[in-house]
Design a protein around this ligand. Structure first.
Ligand code: SF4
Length: 249
């Protein structure tokens, strides 16, 4: 059966997969997908998935350079829509100038904007970081609090940022940090069918043991960068290919 695909080109359905027939070029026949045994529910696969990914990425940790909770909080706010590598370059200079919440609270906004400009969205990030620092000084004696409620009460700090601080800076497993890599891999592993980060986090928390929430997130981020990449997952070298319903091998 054929129908019109993007750009008006004919699309041939073969074995459930679409093939394009380009003008004049040979049509490529795909081997019908090998029938795969039905996999167990996510909750039953998770222990083996965790074990194998931990073996593959034993060094997985937070990629944002930091020495204390305040530095991690600043770096995490800067990391929105920006690479960790770029954030680390910017914070390399920033952390030599600003040492405390009081320092950030007293910063000149236009100077600070220039200092963080290369991370993007620098006006909003400046507002968040300086506002967050003022709130730390006024409400918490300049210290970063260690509860979800207090953290999410700070300007510019949502649940995702709070999860990063609680898990990585304070060793508290209060939730799972759902970043792009994590959302994509959780879907490929059929741990979730959701697209909303809060619902994805809920599905992950239901199957991953609480004591693993922080490390599991770090590990999946490494897996998403090295193997289960967005465009074309490298299933042929993946250590959990037999546990993944999206495996292409
Ligand atoms: S088998 Fe492929 S799709 Fe599944 S987790 Fe591994 S790389 Fe990702």
């Amino acid at each position: 059966m054929s129908k019109r695909g993007k750009g008006g080109r004919a699309v041939q359905r073969t074995g459930g997969r679409a093939e394009r027939r380009g003008g004049g070029t040979k049509s490529r026949r795909k081997t019908p997908a090998r029938s795969r045994p039905r996999l167990a529910p996510a909750a039953e696969r998770i222990p083996a998935i965790i074990e194998r990914l931990y073996q593959r990425f034993p060094e997985a940790t937070c990629a944002l350079d930091h020495q204390d909770p305040l530095q991690l909080l600043v770096a995490t706010i800067l990391s929105a829509q920006c690479t960790d590598a770029r954030v680390n370059i910017v914070t390399g200079d920033l952390f030599t100038k600003y040492h405390s919440a009081e320092d950030y609270a007293a910063a000149d906004p236009s100077t600070f904007e220039k200092e963080i400009q290369s991370t993007g969205f620098f006006r909003n990030k400046t507002k968040s970081i300086l506002g967050m620092a003022q709130a730390l000084v006024e409400r918490h004696g300049g210290r970063v609090p260690d509860t979800m409620e207090e953290l999410t009460g700070l300007p510019g700090v949502g649940r995702k940022t709070a999860n990063v601080i609680l898990g990585t800076a304070f060793g508290k497993n209060e939730g799972v940090v759902v970043v792009t890599h994590l959302a994509r891999i959780a879907a490929r592993l059929a741990i979730t069918k959701q697209s909303d980060p809060v619902k994805i986090e809920h599905d992950l928390m239901n199957v991953v043991p609480r004591e693993e929430w922080t490390q599991f997130a770090h590990t999946l981020i490494h897996h998403g960068r090295a193997i289960c990449v967005a465009r074309k997952p490298r299933c042929e070298i993946c250590p959990i290919t037999d546990l993944c319903p999206s495996s292409e091998v």
